[in-house]
Design a protein around this ligand. Structure first.
Ligand SMILES: *[C@@H]1O[C@H](CO)[C@@H](O)[C@H](O)[C@H]1NC(C)=O
Ligand SMILES: *[C@@H]1O[C@H](CO)[C@@H](O)[C@H](O)[C@H]1NC(C)=O
Ligand SMILES: *[C@@H]1O[C@H](CO)[C@@H](O)[C@H](O)[C@H]1NC(C)=O
Ligand SMILES: *[C@@H]1O[C@H](CO)[C@@H](O)[C@H](O)[C@H]1NC(C)=O
Ligand SMILES: *[C@@H]1O[C@H](CO)[C@@H](O)[C@H](O)[C@H]1NC(C)=O
Ligand SMILES: *[C@@H]1O[C@H](CO)[C@@H](O)[C@H](O)[C@H]1NC(C)=O
Ligand SMILES: *[C@@H]1O[C@H](CO)[C@@H](O)[C@H](O)[C@H]1NC(C)=O
Length: 341
């Protein structure tokens, strides 16, 4: 009788305090590492127990294909470091990390992240200080990208395909100390990315590995006092010889206004997109399946306007539900505009 009572008591204790390590993961103290041996994918949301989880560091490495949203890590609320690498994230939904209120470091390196695979508000409300999005396929960052992420001190966007950074994208990030834009496709840089009053003594901007053009004066480059900006440009081994005759760079914009196109089912459709700007813009199309066309060659001088034509097969128009409204012409360093397909 005594033995039975003892077993019963043991069961009760175990049921109330058990910490479930998700299958395919190793849980050691505050560290949980998943799929390191290239194991199969994980079920979502990740199994665990929000009340007893003491995982502070979660590493997902080679975990296959993932969609991230607010529920993915709901069993890991105490997380301080989240590192996801060498896998495919097909979509990051709006505010995917907002509820991880202790998060200090978020690393999403080499996870095939592209503009189409990310809600514009994916990082909104992020509490982390450090964000690394190294080695992905991002083309644009906009004011929306870092909304309400004012803890950010260090952003690593190196190894992407960034061509366009919207003015004021980093303006709200009052603690920002370092921005790494190494190995992207930028042609000009602008002080206006940081807002109009961005004066910092300890700010580091890294621009190596961008093919910057000297044909126009970067916007804001002549403002006094932002030595870090001048230094970043110089460290790219670029000494532009601007004279008073050198025109200022111009933010490109899509010249095409809204247009309805009628077509017949199964017929190939041609969409056109004109763009203005300096340096001369080139046009890239994001296709609904998340891929992008190669950039069209820029027009020849003296014209800064050019018509980009993108022939589309009918299959390309089958919209993925999460990519809705992501079908848009994109202009180098310019604004993008939905075609409302
Ligand atoms: C867990 O750790 C053991 C021993 O260190 C290792 O053999 C195993 O592959 C690990 N499993 C995962 C999923 O990382
Ligand atoms: C990126 O991850 C893939 C696996 O998803 C791997 O094959 C590739 O080598 C990785 N690339 C880099 C630069 O780490
Ligand atoms: C910037 O990114 C590059 C490429 O990922 C890396 O080699 C370099 O160390 C980074 N620089 C800083 C200052 O973080
Ligand atoms: C850099 O730009 C120049 C002209 O703007 C071009 O001729 C050159 O091929 C580019 N280099 C790379 C590596 O893209
Ligand atoms: C820039 O030029 C200097 C001198 O020519 C050279 O030592 C340095 O390696 C170059 N840096 C880069 C990033 O190309
Ligand atoms: C800069 O301008 C000077 C004179 O205006 C010229 O001699 C020099 O070659 C120019 N340098 C570059 C890199 O264009
Ligand atoms: C995406 O769609 C385009 C146009 O139909 C097609 O050429 C391309 O192969 C597709 N890519 C993928 C990865 O499905």
């Amino acid at each position: 009788m005594g033995t039975w009572l003892y077993i019963l008591a043991l069961l009760v204790i175990q049921c109330s305090t058990v910490w479930m390590c998700p299958s395919n993961c190793n849980c050691t103290g505050s560290l949980t590492t998943c799929c390191a041996q290239g194991a199969d994918s994980l079920s979502q949301p990740l199994a665990g127990n929000p009340d007893t989880s003491d995982t502070k560091t979660l590493v997902l490495d080679h975990c296959g294909v993932f969609i991230l949203d607010m529920s993915t890590f709901e069993n890991f609320l105490p997380l301080e470091l989240l590192e996801i690498r060498q896998m495919i994230i097909v979509y990051v939904n709006s505010q995917a990390f907002m509820h991880l209120s202790n998060l200090q470091t978020l690393i999403l390196d080499n996870v095939s992240l592209s503009d189409a695979a990310m809600h514009p508000n994916a990082f909104a409300g992020l509490r982390a200080n450090i964000l690394s999005l190294r080695n992905n396929h991002l083309c644009t960052v906009t004011q929306q990208t870092f909304t309400d992420s004012e803890n950010l001190e260090d952003i690593d966007l190196s190894g992407n395909q960034l061509r366009f950074i919207e003015d004021k994208t980093f303006a709200g990030l009052v603690k920002l100390k370092r921005l790494n834009l190494t190995n992207n496709r930028l042609k000009t840089v602008s002080l206006f990315w940081f807002g109009f009053s961005f004066l910092k003594t300890d700010f580091q901007l890294v621009l190596l590995g961008n093919n910057l053009s000297c044909e126009c004066q970067y916007r804001g480059a002549l403002y006094q006092g932002n030595w870090w900006f001048t230094q970043a440009i110089a460290s790219n081994n670029l000494t532009c010889n601007w004279s008073s005759a050198t025109p200022p760079c111009e933010v490109p914009s899509v010249a095409t206004t809204y247009k309805e196109i009628c077509t017949t089912e199964l017929l190939t459709l041609s969409l056109s997109c004109g763009a203005d700007g300096l340096p001369k813009p080139s046009v890239i199309w994001f296709l609904p399946n998340g891929t992008q066309s190669p950039p069209y060659p820029p027009p020849q001088p003296p014209y800064h306007r050019w018509l980009g034509l993108q022939p589309l097969s009918p299959e390309a128009l089958e919209l993925h539900p999460q990519c809705l409204r992501r079908f848009l012409p994109f202009v180098l360093q310019g604004r993008s505009q939905d075609l409302s397909l």
